[in-house]
Design a protein around this ligand. Structure first.
Ligand code: FAD
Ligand code: NAI
Length: 462
């Protein structure tokens, strides 16, 4: 048994970042992790492996579609799937080992095994019980499936199974046009699968700006993804090596069936808190399974904090990280803070989609007077040279004060471009502040400036 100032349960982006910040602030810290490797969902079966496959498959797409136009001739590369998976696994390994190194550097003990909280101030791992003045729960989330759909990780897979399929399927049906469905659907579509996305709603990516949703779906269709919208999946039948997806169209209740070699279930995730002993401890959990906290990540039980996917808010790695740092600071007696109004969201398809702040629909619903500054990447020299003219930057600003309220970008490097708007929003900037900032030429970020100019006297290049 050992005594700690803090024990963090879970080593995903929330947990490992919390542990590092606790250690940096002079607290004796341990982190419990039940997986073989550190880094949680994100590093092992989420953000990192999916981005590796998106990168590799995008290179193939570029070779097939754009190389010849630039005078790069020769046969397009063929896919060595085993090697692509091993590149993905190497990438995971480098990242998870990186966290192990950071734990050693910061003198954080990795308590290997599944943790539970038998009572306040105690964490049990295997047969050992450790004492901790503070406990941070960062146990993340798991796949949430549908009634009538059983995931076997062979024919009917979650994102985890989709990241290690034995072969590239001929036909893939994706249930859910959310982030996972569109990212992994894009990967397999680029690698040659016939991908059909079945979505319950009439639009893709719920919660995103409507104009972005429309343009995004149009571009994905152009890339070969098929969409069946307004369709509620009722069940999936698995045959020997194939599956049948049964769905009902909401407009007329008609029942239809799709055949697939692989079905990817991407209908959301739910908090994972099994085995922690929260019931017995009396830790409050919402109807949706999220651990309830105050605005400083304290649960209702003294000395127990919770962060990341296990609590309310967007299920994003950087949101979990920010909460991890802030909770550590609160425990150390400092002022941890997260600005939930400025958390970017990015979809790493091609083009990328990035969003921060409020959407036009939200502003309308709130009855807020706003203005829109929009600029197409067609008017951006760098984008034209790089065959990346599809998409736009849309900036929303208060009609009276010009203060930036949101930004929605679909286009090249959108996931990086969004951050200048995030910084501007953190500083309470006006669109004019971005418009008056000199942007290097030729860069994609000039499109952000042009959108800001469009909130004022108008953009130059459109
Ligand atoms: P997790 O990363 O889920 O980590 C929790 C850890 O706790 C796990 O390792 C688990 O084994 C461990 N654990 C649980 N219970 C116990 C216990 N009792 N004892 C010991 N250990 C325990 N987000 C992004 O921002 N960008 C992306 O590009 C992105 N891509 C994604 C792609 C996919 C396919 C998926 C599935 C998710 C993706 N996400 C992405 C979401 C992101 O992975 C999560 O938001 C993030 O991992 C949440 O971090 P966390 O620390 O809360 O939990
Ligand atoms: P999601 O919530 O993004 O999308 C789920 C989709 O499934 C929705 O569009 C929903 O309407 C649809 N759906 C639900 N029930 C259905 C049914 N019966 N039939 C047809 N469609 C149905 O969830 P997803 O994609 O599984 O992602 C889970 C989480 O992982 C997200 O919260 C996301 O934040 C995170 N993530 C983030 C990434 C990123 O930041 N780039 C990448 C991947 C995941």
């Amino acid at each position: 048994m050992a005594n700690y100032d803090v024990i963090v349960i879970g080593s995903g982006p929330g947990g490992y970042v919390a542990a590092i910040r606790c250690a940096q602030l002079g607290l004796k810290t341990a982190c419990v992790e039940g997986r073989e490797t550190l880094g949680g969902t994100c590093l092992n079966v989420g953000c990192i492996p999916s981005k590796a496959l998106l990168h590799a498959s995008h290179q193939l797409h570029e070779a097939e579609h754009n190389f010849a136009k630039m005078g790069l001739k020769g046969k397009s590369p063929s896919v060595d799937w085993k090697q692509m998976l091993s590149y993905k696994d190497d990438t995971i390994g480098q990242n998870t080992k990186g966290i192990e190194f950071l734990f050693k550097k910061n003198k954080i003990d990795w308590l290997k095994g599944w943790g539970s909280i038998p009572e306040k101030g105690k964490v049990k791992v295997g047969d050992e019980v450790h004492e901790a003045k503070n406990i941070i729960i960062a146990t993340g989330s798991e796949v949430s499936t549908l009634p009538g759909v059983e995931i076997d990780e062979k024919t009917v897979v979650s994102s985890t199974g989709a990241l290690e399929l034995p072969k590239i399927p001929k036909k893939m049906v994706v249930i859910g046009a959310g982030v996972i469905g569109l990212e992994l659907g894009s990967v397999y579509s680029r690698l040659g699968s016939e991908v059909t996305v079945v979505e319950f709603l009439d639009h893709i990516t719920p919660g995103m700006d409507g104009e972005v949703q429309k343009q995004f779906q149009k571009l994905l269709k152009k890339q070969g993804l098929n969409f069946i919208m307004g369709a509620a999946v009722q069940s999936v039948e698995t045959l020997k090596t194939k599956a049948k997806v049964n769905y009902k169209l909401r407009k007329d209740d008609s029942e239809e069936t799709l055949d697939a070699d692989v079905v990817l279930v991407a209908t959301g995730r739910k908090p994972f808190t099994d085995g922690l002993g929260l019931d017995a401890l009396g830790v409050k959990v919402s109807d949706r399974g999220q651990i309830e906290t105050d605005d400083q990540w304290r649960t209702n039980v003294e000395g127990i904090y919770a962060i990341g996917d296990a609590i309310d808010g967007p299920m994003l790695a950087h949101k979990a990280e920010d909460e991890g740092m802030a909770a550590a600071e609160v425990i150390a007696g400092k002022h941890g803070h997260v600005n939930y109004g400025v958390i970017p969201g990015v979809i790493y398809t091609h083009p990328e989609v990035a969003t921060v702040g409020q959407t036009e629909e939200q502003l309308k619903d709130a009855g807020r007077a706003y203005k829109v500054g929009k600029f197409s990447f067609m008017g951006n020299g760098r984008a034209k040279a790089n065959f990346a003219g599809d998409g736009f930057v849309k900036l929303l600003a208060d009609k009276e004060t010009d203060r930036i309220l949101g930004a929605h970008i679909i286009g090249p490097m959108a996931g990086d471009l969004i951050h200048e708007v995030c910084v501007a929003m953190e500083f309470g900037a006006a669109a004019e502040d971005l418009a008056l900032t000199c942007h290097a030429h030729p860069t994609y970020s000039e499109a952000v400036r042009e959108a800001a100019l469009a909130c004022g006297d108008g953009p130059i290049h459109s």
